[in-house]
Design a protein around this ligand. Structure first.
Ligand SMILES: [Zn+2]
Length: 366
């Protein structure tokens, strides 16, 4: 490599002779000379281009920040107000329908803890979020609650009141929730008169059984037995959906309070999640009926079973074999009637499974 300065130009500069142009040092590199440019002042155009670049990069940065915060609707939703700036509320689905379950999470980087939520006269508690529901990478606290939307609620805006503790001080946030209308079709069935018109002693039995069933599902234990995710008790094949407005021999009856899942006599029925058996009885209408308390106001109901394998008060594990499909009670054929009660309100089991359900079918027979 041949590298040397041009000695002649350097000498002229040192002697102070007047120069119209100060020669630049020349570097020889492998025999080829190149003039080194002195850094020049930016021209007006360069200033303008620079300002444009700063502006564009600034906009990109702002967009990235905004895109990130859109995960948290409270920061962009004017409806939920400025008071929620340090509390992020997320609800799924964003606009629940009549007869559905809704998951609400409350996250905050500040010292904010939700203590309770009041909706439709019911006071609900919050639980810490399992990582499957909300994984906090930035140290935010997360609490959640499940809300049941009654089938007969008027569609439109309804307020939720959320009590929070902010650094030890209690505050109440009032948050609007938009509920959409959901159409449930009618089903007209013709059955033998004895199936819909009962003698007084049978009617008394039916009413007593229904009252006992409702009582068994009214508790709001603070213990959460269930863990993400819920599993289908039998493979997900819907024979009859939730909410059907049923007419027996032309007479209106209560809407279908669960879903009928296809199954043959003897097919295994599994616990949808961990819990405790709080109701186990041979009922006139629903046949062999079982209720599992999953904790925090969430229950699952299994009807028309041909066999049961667990006892009252027994704790069960998710996927545990608890019974077999049958057609006991008032059933036109073998199937599993599966219901979900959330805070004393029957909701569509499919809406719970959309929120917290495992998509895969139950494991094969043991
Ligand atoms: Zn049913």
């Amino acid at each position: 490599m041949n590298l040397q300065k041009n000695a002649k130009s350097t000498k002229k500069y040192i002697t102070g002779q007047p120069l119209t142009e100060v020669p630049q040092p020349v570097i020889r590199f492998d025999g080829r000379a190149r003039r080194i440019r002195k850094p020049s002042r930016p021209t007006q155009n360069q200033w303008i281009h620079g300002l444009w670049a700063i502006g564009i990069y600034g906009l990109l940065l702002f967009w990235f920040v905004l895109a990130d915060t859109q995960v948290c609707p409270c920061l962009t939703s004017s409806a939920w107000g400025a008071e929620l700036q340090d509390v992020c509320l997320k609800n799924s689905p964003a606009q629940p329908g009549q007869g559905e379950a809704m998951l609400l999470t409350v996250t905050s980087k500040s010292n904010v803890t939700p203590t309770s939520l009041v909706f439709q006269g019911k006071t609900l508690s919050f639980q810490p979020c399992p990582p499957e529901i909300e994984h906090s990478a930035d140290g935010s606290s997360c609490h959640f609650t499940l809300i049941s939307i009654p089938m007969d609620i008027t569609p439109g805006s309804h307020n939720m009141a959320i009590d929070i503790s902010r650094a030890g001080h209690m505050e109440r946030l009032t948050v609007p929730l938009q509920i959409v209308s959901k159409q449930y079709p009618e089903e007209h069935l013709t059955v033998e008169p004895k199936m819909v018109e009962f003698p007084p002693e049978i009617l008394r039995r039916i009413k007593e059984e229904q009252a006992a069933l409702i009582t068994s599902m009214n508790g709001e234990t603070n213990r959460m037995y269930w863990t993400p995710w819920f599993v289908w008790p039998v493979p997900e094949e819907i024979k009859s959906p939730f909410g059907l407005k049923r007419f027996f021999n032309g007479q209106p009856r209560a809407p279908h309070a669960g879903i009928d899942l296809k199954g043959g006599i003897g097919d295994p029925v599994r616990a949808a999640n961990n819990g405790r058996i709080v109701f186990l009885r041979d009922c006139y209408l629903s046949g062999n009926t079982m209720v599992i308390d999953h904790g925090c106001g969430l229950y699952s109901i299994y009807c028309h079973l041909s066999k049961t394998y667990v006892g009252l008060e027994e704790e069960v594990k998710k996927n545990q074999l608890i019974g077999e499909v049958g057609k006991t009670g008032r059933a036109t054929g073998p199937h599993l009637h599966w219901g979900i009660s959330l805070h004393g309100i029957r909701i569509d089991p499919q809406s719970l499974m959309r929120l917290l359900g495992e998509t895969k079918s139950p494991p094969p027979n043991p």
